[in-house]
Design a protein around this ligand. Structure first.
Ligand code: ADP
Length: 536
């Protein structure tokens, strides 16, 4: 057989010819919606490659973005890798110190940023030895000045040569770089290759995976600055699915309006987005009848949320698990053939699992001695994975301890069990596990149980140091507005149905709060919760 190259420019070429008229809809900061087609994307990418060349960007250089989900970001997704550079998506919610750390570590040559986000980039200007160029993308933000010395995206595009010059990239060359969000430690860079991103796109499009096909209209709420928006932009181009890029306004009304007006069939993001959207839609009905599936991942989708979307709107939630190191999708939860006729109540606990590894990804669970644990749905251990889109090392961390086991599996740091049907179920992250009296309490299971109470909007559970027991569970609970206010005793009573008495948080460890701190990627910020407990 031919040894053909799996490169991202091949995806673009295919989209522009086969799916020439399919749309990429993009909404700006001012809510103005514009649309382009895959045919129109290609000459824009060709020009942008020439812009990069004129800026002195060379193959292997890092081209950073600091931007919401929109059409120009999509152009960068293709242009940087297609001219041999490495697309580096910066998380716009990073704290100034982390942002400086990452930009210095990656040695970005140029940063493309949304004008509305210019203030967040100012900390970078204070570095005396900064070397990157800034390119401003005007997103219609009122009253925000570009950074001093920036060039303007559309001016550069207008001036650029329009000759299309793809390079013959090696499929194993680096194409993109993402840093882990550092929920549990310092951010680390993960370098993706053309091949790994291509194969990941194929993997997530498969029918038992996210099932992205030409028939779909896909709205990634998951940001393009977080783990490549879970690979959705490339997957849509590969299959010719229409893409709806929502810009910065992704809560409540603007999100509901966009789903309605663009007849979105599939949307994807972290649980908190769809918790808020569900609440909003209950109060403000919209026509969301086009929606065929809701992909939720990044942190555990609570069973109560999955059930609420089914019950109230008839929309199935597809739970997915992944991590930056996996490009990022590793497992997707769909019912096996034999489970299709089960009652909804029997299906729910299965749908709340993280799912079956996507084809090409292998998963296993190791016990404390490092031996494979049985797939009995009971025995927990560290989840390990391997496959063509799993990282084997971190960027510029040569010489650091390997994240792989001796026989080449990537250690995820997640604690999980696998059942005989192949479903992976996460019970915790290694660093979040609560160890009390030498036994484990699953923070994820306890959070899910608390979030199953009608009066609860969100809940996070962490370990609190305890002199005798090592740790005890502490819960932070956000009450749901418009319901009877629940008490700590209610929470304990509810948990007593599924947890042993010694595992229950004590009344003084149940904190009612107005909101939970979230990380830059929308997950519960357990580091902040722990720090808050220590300080109190
Ligand atoms: P960070 O590790 O900095 O949070 P990632 O976004 O790469 O950055 O997060 C990956 C982690 O998120 C996984 O290792 C896992 O702990 C958690 N995660 C992702 N998806 C799920 C899910 N569906 N259920 C539970 N946890 C999840």
């Amino acid at each position: 057989m031919m040894d053909s190259r799996l490169t991202l420019d091949a995806i673009l070429r295919r989209a522009s010819r086969v799916y020439a008229d399919k749309r990429i809809v993009s909404r700006g900061n001012d809510l103005a919606v514009s649309a382009a087609t895959y045919a129109e994307l290609r000459p824009r990418v060709a020009r942008l490659m020439n812009v990069l060349r004129s800026l002195g960007v060379k193959p292997g250089d890092r081209v950073a973005t600091f931007a919401w989900n929109h059409a120009r970001h999509m152009e960068l997704y293709f242009a940087a890798p297609a001219m041999g550079a490495i697309l580096h998506t910066l998380n716009i919610r990073l704290a100034p110190g982390q942002l400086r750390f990452i930009v210095d570590h990656a040695e970005d040559a140029v940063i493309f940023y949304d004008r509305s986000l210019a203030p967040n980039l100012r900390p970078l200007l204070e570095r005396p030895d900064r070397r990157e160029a800034f390119i401003c993308m005007d997103d219609g933000a009122p009253d925000v000045e570009p950074l001093p010395g920036s060039l303007e995206y559309e001016v550069l595009m207008a001036e650029a040569d329009d000759a299309e010059r793809f390079i013959d990239a090696d499929e194993n060359a680096a194409a993109a770089l993402c840093y882990t969000s550092g929920t549990t430690g310092d951010p680390k860079g993960v370098l993706y290759t053309h091949r790994s991103l291509y194969l990941h796109s194929v993997g997530i499009c498969m029918a038992d995976s996210l099932a992205i096909s030409e028939c779909e209209t896909v709205l990634p709420v998951v940001p393009m600055f977080h783990a490549n928006a879970w690979g959705i932009p490339y997957a849509c181009a590969l299959t010719g699915a229409s893409l709806v890029l929502p810009g910065p306004h992704v809560v409540g009304k603007p999100l509901a309006d966009l789903i309605e007006s663009e007849r979105v069939t599939l949307t994807a993001g972290v649980p908190s987005v769809y918790t808020v959207l569900h609440q909003y839609l209950r109060q403000h009905p919209h026509d969301i009848s086009s929606l065929r599936s809701l992909v939720i991942g990044g942190s555990a989708a609570p069973a109560a949320l999955i059930e609420a979307w089914r019950r109230d709107f008839g929309v199935p939630v597809i739970h997915a698990w992944g991590m930056t190191e996996l490009s990022p999708v590793g497992a997707v939860c769909r019912l096996r053939a034999s489970m299709q006729d089960l009652e909804p109540a029997e299906q729910l606990p299965i749908l709340a699992k993280q799912g079956i590894p996507v084809p090409m990804v292998e998963a296993d669970v190791l016990d404390e001695s490092g031996a494979p644990a049985p797939w009995d749905g009971k025995t927990t251990g560290e989840l390990v994975v391997r496959g063509p889109w799993v990282a084997r090392a971190y960027y510029k961390e040569e010489g650091a301890p390997s994240p792989l086991t001796d026989d080449g599996w990537f250690r995820t740091g997640d604690v999980a069990r696998i059942d005989p049907q192949g479903y992976v179920e996460l019970t915790d992250r290694k660093k979040d596990v609560i160890k009390s009296r030498g036994e484990w309490i699953s923070s994820v299971e306890m959070e899910n149980a608390v979030m199953g109470m009608p009066g609860v909007l969100e809940a996070a559970v962490i370990g609190r140091p305890h002199a005798l027991r090592g740790e005890v569970a502490a819960a932070f609970v956000v009450r749901r507005s418009g319901t009877e206010p629940i008490t700590g005793a209610d929470v304990r009573d509810h948990l007593a149905a599924t947890f042993a008495r010694w595992q229950l948080p004590r009344l003084k460890d149940i904190h009612f709060v107005d909101a939970l701190p979230k990380t830059g990627t929308g997950k519960f910020d357990k580091k902040a919760l722990r720090a808050g407990l220590q300080a109190s």
